[in-house]
Design a protein around this ligand. Structure first.
Ligand SMILES: C[S@@+](CC[C@H](N)C(=O)[O-])C[C@H]1O[C@@H](n2cnc3c(N)ncnc32)[C@H](O)[C@@H]1O
Length: 279
C-alpha cells in the first residue's frame, strides 16, 4: 500500500510534466507544427557569434569526434561519404573543406582526390585544427591535405582555385550564411560544385517529435557527461532550430549564384546535403 501510495503521485506528476512539455513543444518553436512558441536559450548575436563559436569549439575539440559518433549513432561517416559523392571530385582534383574542424570530411575528400589530388581544410579554431593534425597522423593521404587557420567569411584564396568546396556542419555556425556561401562560390571554378552537410528538419510526424526531444533533452546531457560542456550541446540544438529548412537553404544556394540546386534528406531528414553548381 505504502509503495503504491508513493508511486501513484510520482507517476502522475511525471505524466503531467511530459504531457505539458509535449503540448508546449518543450522549449521548441512549432513542436507540433502549431503556433505555440517557447523561448529558446539565447543564441549569440551576429557581432558576438564568431568569438562565441570559436571559444566553444576550442573548449570541446578533444571530445568532438567522440560526441559526433555518439550523437549520430555512428551515421556521421556515411553522411560524409554521401556528401563527397555529390562533390564530383575526381582523382587529381583540388577540393576545399571550410569549417573543417577535426578534418574528417577533408580526409573523405582526399580519398576521392587520391594521391595526385590536393585538399585544403580551413577552420578558425586552433584546438579543432590541433585535433585534425593528430587525426591526420594515421591517414595514408595526409601529404595531400593542408590545414589552414582562417575565416570562412573571407577565404584567403583567389577566385576559381578549386574544383569544389564543401562545408560540414559549418554554415549553421557562421555569422552570415550568404557571405560564407558567396565565398565558397567565388573560389570554385565554373562547373565545380558547392555542397553543404548540416542538421536538417525531419518532417515525418512522431519521428520529428522524438527527434527534437532527443536533441533538446538527451544530447545536452550526453554533452555534459562526455564532453563536460552541456551549454555547447544546447547551442547545437538551438542553432539547428534557427538554421533554415533544407529547402530554403537550397534557395540561398541559388541566390549565391549556383545552378542545379537541390537537397537530399538523409536518415529521415535528420541531416540534409544541399548542393549547387557554379555556372
Ligand atoms: C560542427 S564543427 C564541424 C567540423 C567538421 N566539418 C565535421 O564535419 O565534423 C564546426 C566547425 O566550424 C568552425 N567554424 C565556425 N565558424 C567558422 C568561421 N567563421 N570560419 C572558420 N571556421 C569556422 C568551428 O571552429 C568548428 O570547427
Amino acid at each position: 500500500m505504502l509503495r503504491a501510495g508513493f508511486r501513484r503521485p510520482y507517476l502522475y506528476v511525471t505524466i503531467v510534466k511530459i504531457s505539458k512539455t509535449l503540448k508546449q513543444g518543450g522549449a521548441n518553436p512549432g513542436f507540433w507544427g502549431s503556433q505555440t512558441r517557447m523561448p529558446m536559450a539565447k543564441l549569440p548575436n551576429k557581432e558576438n557569434k564568431e568569438n562565441y563559436v570559436r571559444e566553444m569549439f576550442n573548449s570541446i575539440a578533444g571530445r568532438y569526434d567522440l560526441m559526433n559518433t555518439l550523437m549520430s549513432l555512428g551515421l556521421d561517416k556515411s553522411w560524409r561519404k554521401f556528401t563527397v559523392e555529390r562533390l564530383e571530385l575526381k582523382a587529381g582534383g583540388a577540393g576545399l573543406d571550410i569549417c573543417c574542424g577535426t578534418g574528417m570530411l577533408a580526409m573523405e575528400l582526399a580519398g576521392a582526390a587520391g594521391s595526385t589530388g590536393k585538399v585544403i581544410g580551413l577552420d578558425f579554431s586552433e584546438n579543432m585544427l590541433k585535433v585534425a593534425r593528430e587525426n591526420l597522423k594515421d591517414f595514408s593521404l595526409r601529404d595531400r591535405i593542408e590545414l589552414i587557420q582562417g575565416n570562412a567569411m573571407a577565404l584567403p584564396f583567389p577566385d576559381n582555385s578549386f574544383d569544389c568546396a564543401t562545408v560540414g556542419w559549418g554554415l549553421r555556425n557562421v555569422p552570415d550564411i550568404m557571405t560564407a556561401l558567396r565565398e565558397m562560390v567565388r573560389v570554385v571554378r565554373p562547373g565545380g560544385k558547392v555542397v553543404s552537410l548540416d542538421m536538417a528538419k525531419p518532417s515525418a510526424p512522431v519521428f520529428k517529435q522524438v527527434y527534437w526531444l532527443y536533441f533538446e533533452k538527451l544530447v545536452p546531457m550526453m554533452g555534459k557527461i562526455w564532453a563536460g560542456k552541456k551549454s555547447a550541446y544546447s547551442y547545437l540544438h538551438d542553432s539547428a532550430r534557427e538554421f533554415p529548412h533544407q529547402a530554403d537553404l537550397a534557395k540561398m544556394f541559388a541566390a549565391a549564384g549556383l545552378t542545379e540546386t537541390r537537397y537530399h534528406d538523409l536518415s529521415g531528414g535528420v541531416v540534409a546535403v544541399v548542393e549547387g553548381r557554379k555556372p
